[in-house]
Design a protein around this ligand. Structure first.
Ligand code: NAP
Length: 204
């Protein structure tokens, strides 16, 4: 399959791209610094990106920022970033990618378990993740010719937890997390959330 991996230089995206390549898929690595480049916070860059890439079998997004800030401290700018980057950026990636998504193709976007397990300072992240899940469930009903859309909700990834000074041991590493993206691409699931094995809401 020819697969766009958005965020292919990031903690999760890098592991996803590597796993897809190991499975024999062709990976088009995409980010603000790739060639061609795409900035999902700038909607005009997305159709231009797909024009250069052409038809694909899968669009996998592991990118997008949302504010990790306590509600009383949130600025208007941080709220807007959460909306334009992780929420609308990924929705626009699916929307503008659809004309280039082959029949039976799949779009995979990234939410996060904070949609299910709220924590302090995550009101924007939880809102965006839940919004992306709602989008996924309804957007699936509008797709034709066997096309699918799925959302992966990763838990904390061990590498990220370590960077944030948290205990990484309860969490899967990026390589294990990438398996959920492979399952999303290779399964026939549509309009549903996908979890890293062992890290579904009832498990954690
Ligand atoms: N890591 C975790 O523990 C965790 C847990 C749950 C959910 N998530 C979610 O998973 C996604 C990826 O997280 P991560 O930790 O792997 O991120 P990361 O390490 O910060 O990497 C982000 C990737 O996305 C690209 N990117 C960032 N902004 C972009 C934009 N506006 N347009 C296009 N590309 C952009 C970056 O490349 P450039 O800088 O070159 O553009 C990079 O390749 C995020 O949505 C995050 O909320 C992460």
């Amino acid at each position: 399959m020819k697969i766009v991996v958005l965020g292919a230089t990031g903690t999760i995206g890098k592991a996803v791209a590597q796993l897809f390549r190991e499975k024999g898929h062709e990976v088009i690595a995409a980010s603000r610094s790739s060639t061609p480049a795409v900035d999902i916070a700038n909607p005009a860059s997305i159709p231009a990106f797909f024009e250069q890439v052409g038809e694909v079998d899968a669009i996998v997004s592991a990118a997008g920022s949302a504010a990790f800030v306590a509600l009383p401290d949130l600025t208007e700018e941080q709220i807007q970033l959460s909306l334009t980057s992780k929420l609308m950026g990924q929705i626009n990636m699916v929307r503008h990618g659809l004309p280039k998504l082959r029949p039976k193709g799949v779009a995979v976007i990234t939410g996060g378990f904070l949609a299910y397990a709220p924590a302090p300072k995550t009101s924007m992240i939880a809102m965006v993740n839940a919004g992306l899940e709602g989008f996924t469930k309804a957007a699936a009903l509008d797709l034709t010719d066997g096309r699918r859309v799925v959302i992966v909700h990763p838990p904390w990834v061990a590498e990220t937890a370590e960077q944030l000074g948290m205990d990484p041991t309860p969490w899967p590493n990026a390589a294990k997390t990438a398996e959920a993206y492979l399952a999303a691409v290779e399964s026939s699931q549509n309009g549903v959330p996908v979890f890293v094995e062992g890290y579904a809401p009832g498990d954690i």
